[in-house]
Design a protein. Structure first.
Lengths: 116, 366
């Protein structure tokens, strides 16, 4: 997952197509085949089925960021992207994980069966 | 009849009727007290100006021959029995909060401020008052700054990596404040710092005011492109996309601004890199600064005033929204101001000195 996060960051840090191609090439060379497959699926819009609905996610984010719901909505209005709003408002994560993209996707796919 | 407040909000600016003076007025008045030299706070056309010593040369450079009196922080000035004193706002070099006292009642006008010590501006100092008039440019909880050391590590490694890849580096930031803050925190073992005319003029005004700044070199027609590639260029926002900037290509450019906290803001400007660096207080900074004044009432002048005042009211402050013409020096006013700097250069360029924004047309042929 760290390689995937770095890929996204690197792509976001340049406006030059050649540079983006180089970043993608570096990613493909360095990760296992299953990660490449998941990355391609995510980047081409074939996301796995959503396991937790947006309303729940939003409510948890509001709770974690310790602000009133209306302020969360206003922030979303300013930022324009729900995932980015959540990442900006929630406290910094202090832990870290070495799971691969493949392992994360597998784990997320089991979440639908769990209770809150 | 209720007592008239010491300060009131008029269509010319914040006004003290007892002392017969305005603070940061946007229309010509007789007596103006100026928080800092940014274009949306220091307007042309007042009969008398009062500002901090460190704003002197920059105000004279930007506004020309004005009738200007300067004071130090904490020094007391009396106007018609009303006591005025300036306290550090930490926004840019020479920026001040204005403290007004009359018969034991104290008001403070923040101007623009940030609470982090940037190493070049006198650090922000909370001032106890009954009424606090505060900005809230970044009064949304999504704006949370990281320590500047962390940001400048990113900036310096960006520069390093461009050098390794044979690319020029251009950093864009406002010419008063951001440019000096960047300059003083660049790793100069990487190379030399080259400046756009509008920025160099600002640096020069500050140096004339006794401010010690790292060396910079103004970019002229004669500056070799290869030398620039080995160094770094500081440019104002108005230079983005100009022929002046294109001649440094191939380059990577970074925008240094608080607005870069949001990905869409960076994408709209098509910046290669956004460095989240602001001279304004972030969300927590605003709340802590307001809390530290111990004020009975806080007035929010510019920024996300509606949202921020509603939140402050919910957590127990007596907060009110006020409409002023401040704000936007990180956005539109930047262009106006830097263009003004460029026009001055044009005048001097008629004397054979072709520099800065005035050379945009000629730059095309280089």
């Amino acid at each position: 997952m760290k390689a995937f996060a770095q890929l996204f960051l690197s792509l976001d840090e340049t406006n030059k197509t050649n540079e983006k191609v180089k970043v993608l090439k570096d990613y493909f060379i360095s990760v296992p085949d299953t990660d490449k497959m998941h990355m391609l699926a995510l980047f081409t819009g074939r996301k796995p089925k959503r396991q937790i609905n947006a309303t729940l996610m939003r409510n948890w984010a509001i709770e974690a960021s310790n602000i009133p719901a209306w302020l969360f909505e206003e922030s979303y209005h300013v930022v324009g992207d729900l995932a980015e709003t959540m990442s900006l408002l929630m406290p910094q994560n202090t832990g870290s994980s070495n799971k691969s993209l493949t392992e994360w996707v597998a784990e997320i796919n089991t979440l639908g069966d769990k209770t809150e | 009849m209720p007592k008239k407040p010491l300060l009131e909000f008029t269509d010319r600016g914040i006004y003290c009727d007892k002392g017969k003076f305005y603070i940061d007025p946007w229309k010509p008045v007789d007596d103006a007290v100026i928080t800092h030299a940014h274009a949306d706070h220091a307007y042309f056309g007042h009969k008398h100006y009062l500002a901090h010593h460190l704003s002197k040369q920059i105000l004279l450079y930007r506004l020309g021959e004005i009738n200007l009196q300067t004071v130090g922080y904490g020094e007391k000035i009396l106007k018609n029995g009303v006591e005025i004193s300036l306290f550090p706002a930490g926004h840019v070099i020479g920026s001040a909060q204005i403290r007004i006292e009359y018969q034991g009642e104290v008001w403070v006008v923040s101007g623009d401020y940030k609470v982090e010590d940037d190493g070049i501006s006198t650090p922000f100092e909370p001032v106890k008052c009954h009424h606090f008039i505060s900005e809230c440019t970044f009064g949304m909880p999504v704006y949370q700054w990281k320590p500047q050391l962390q940001i400048f590590n990113e900036v310096n490694s960006f520069w390093r990596s461009n050098l390794d890849n044979g690319l020029s580096t251009v950093l864009v930031g406002y010419s008063l404040g951001k440019a000096q803050r960047i300059l003083q925190n660049l790793d100069l073992t990487n190379g030399k710092v080259y400046t756009h005319g509008a920025i160099e003029n600002t640096m020069q005004a500050l140096r004339n005011n006794g401010v010690q700044l790292h060396p910079t070199e103004r970019i002229t027609f004669n500056t070799p492109k290869d030398d620039i590639k080995k160094g770094i260029v500081l440019a104002p926002p108005s230079a983005v996309g100009s022929a002046w900037m294109r001649r440094f290509g191939p380059y990577n450019w970074g925008y240094c601004s608080g607005w870069m906290a949001i990905r869409g803001a960076k994408r709209r400007r098509a910046a290669d890199r956004g460095f989240i660096l602001s001279d304004h207080a972030d969300w927590d900074g605003l709340i802590s600064a307001i809390d530290a004044t111990g004020c009975e009432c806080v007035y929010l002048t510019h920024g996300y005033t509606a949202t921020f005042s509603r939140y402050l009211a919910e957590i127990g402050f007596n907060a009110r929204e006020v409409h002023t013409l401040y704000g936007g020096e990180e956005e539109d006013a930047v262009t106006k101001d830097d263009v003004a700097g460029g026009e001055e250069l044009k005048v001097s360029s008629s004397g054979g000195d072709l520099e800065g924004a005035g050379e945009v047309k000629e730059g095309d042929t280089i």
